[in-house]
Design a protein around this ligand. Structure first.
Ligand code: S3P
Length: 438
């Protein structure tokens, strides 16, 4: 990783007057991972424009490099990757360490299961605690051999790839990582692989595979089928700005007085825009302009202005459309009038940290009344208490960035420890924060 992008492990945030200006945020993390993972399987080279250079996406790229894929320009925003076709990966001669990245591990497991070789994946402490049976059980049903702690639920995991058979799998979690893992395995399977999810999750894998000419179909909104094809077409990709990164500055502008921020070129795939719907329900002044479509992904510029927010309920089908934004939405809820109820979000417990616990602990430290629920929380809007607050990110990038935004409104400021984790998804966060702050 480029050293100029490194963030000190402690972040000191002082209160500011307002947010103002125009910015872009770095490329979408989910799309960047997929561009590498699929790019290496294409027939020929492509350029991935506006690739997110972050620890998570670099871990995916490094794993592919260990499997013989040539990737250049990782320290720039324009990466070239030389696809070697569907049968071009070679056995890695070491362990694939995927750091903190759940997306790298779960999506790669789908690909590795269909290879004619042996591989081992591992990650950091947090990743080795995250549940993997949700993918290893169906992959084993497809024919792969996978071994790991607690019946292949926890990394390190050993994979002995096999000639896979398509399955018809009904997932009981709404997870794009599970869906994508099985779709990717389906690229290497005999017959058709069908995946059904209970609620629609992000669909970047499906869109990108269709763009590369794969045999992929939506049977209905919740069911996707894929049948292997000999070749995927090499076509360049543009990665839109990450709405999950834009979320910090959108909410910063809403909760600070006299503020107005425009974030250009943000991906607004409808499976990711739950945050905009909820904030608008809460009374947020947000406008979208300059709509366009790039490689089958919708993009727009987003403007947010200071707003008087009201509490709301966040539950049901919207949850997968805003799952990564709940920590920063919790900060908006803390600044809103009345109560915000978040339910049906039990998946938060198995993210980079247990985000129900880490968000409720954080808000309590800031003097906000919050009640932890098994699958969410109830937040009563109020004032952040004053004082030089000391905080821990729990090694979770989204907790670090969410509480950094809260810090802009805390008299006396906030010191957040263990903020290297911000590099996993958004190394330019602090620079942009400084540029927008007055
Ligand atoms: C992601 C899917 C989501 C999300 C994660 C990225 C992806 O995880 O939380 O940050 O790129 O597929 P789940 O599929 O576990 O919900």
């Amino acid at each position: 990783m480029n050293s100029k992008l490194k963030i000190n492990s402690t972040l000191k945030i002082k209160p500011i007057n307002y947010f103002k200006g125009e910015t872009e945020v770095q490329g979408d993390k989910s799309i960047s991972h997929r561009a590498i993972l699929l790019g290496g399987l294409l027939e020929g080279s492509i350029t991935i424009n506006n690739f997110l250079e972050s620890e998570d996406t670099l871990n995916t790229a490094r794993a592919y490099q260990k499997m013989g894929i040539e990737i250049k320009g990782l320290e720039t925003k324009n990466v070239t990757i030389k696809g070697k076709g569907l049968n071009g990966l070679i056995e890695p001669d070491g362990i694939l360490d995927l750091g903190n990245s759940g997306t790298s591990m779960r999506l790669l497991l789908g690909i590795l299961s269909g290879q004619n070789f042996y591989s081992v994946v591992t990650g950091d402490k947090s990743l080795c605690r995250r549940p993997m049976q949700r993918v290893t059980i169906p992959l084993k049903k497809m024919g792969a051999l996978i071994y790991g702690r607690e019946k292949a639920n926890f990394a390190p995991l050993t994979i002995i790839g096999k000639k896979l058979n398509g399955i018809n799998f009904k997932s009981n979690v709404s997870s794009a990582q599970v869906k994508s893992c099985l779709i990717l395995a389906g690229l290497f399977a005999k017959g058709t692989t069908v995946v059904t999810e209970p609620i629609l999750s992000r669909d970047h894998t499906e869109r990108m595979l269709a763009y590369f000419g794969a045999n992929i179909k939506k049977k209905n909104i919740l069911t996707t089928s894929i049948t292997s094809k000999k070749k995927l077409l090499a076509k360049d990709i543009f990665v839109p700005g990450d709405i999950s990164s834009a979320a910090y500055f959108i909410i910063g502008a809403l909760i600070l007085k006299n503020s107005k921020v425009t974030i250009k070129n943000v991906g607004i795939n409808p499976t990711r825009t739950g945050i905009l719907d909820i904030l608008k329900n809460m009374g947020a002044k947000i406008t979208l302009t300059n709509y366009r479509n790039i490689n089958d992904e919708p993009v727009a510029d987003i403007t947010a202005c200071s707003s008087k927010l009201n509490g709301t309920e966040i539950s049901g089908d919207i949850i997968p459309r805003l799952i990564d934004e709940i920590p920063i939405i919790a900060i908006a809820a803390a600044c809103a009038d009345g109560e915000t109820i978040i339910k049906n979000a039990g998946e938060l417990r198995v993210k980079e940290s247990d985000r129900i616990k880490t968000v409720t602990n954080g808000l309590t430290t800031l003097g906000i009344k919050v009640k932890e629920l098994p699958d969410g929380m109830i937040i009563r809007g109020g004032m952040f208490s004053a004082g030089n607050k000391k905080f821990n990110s729990y090694g979770d990038h989204r907790i670090a960035m969410s509480f950094a935004i809260a810090g802009l409104k805390i008299q006396g400021g906030i010191v957040i420890n263990d903020t290297d984790c911000i590099n996993t998804s958004f190394p330019e966060f602090t620079n942009i924060l400084k540029n927008l702050s007055y």
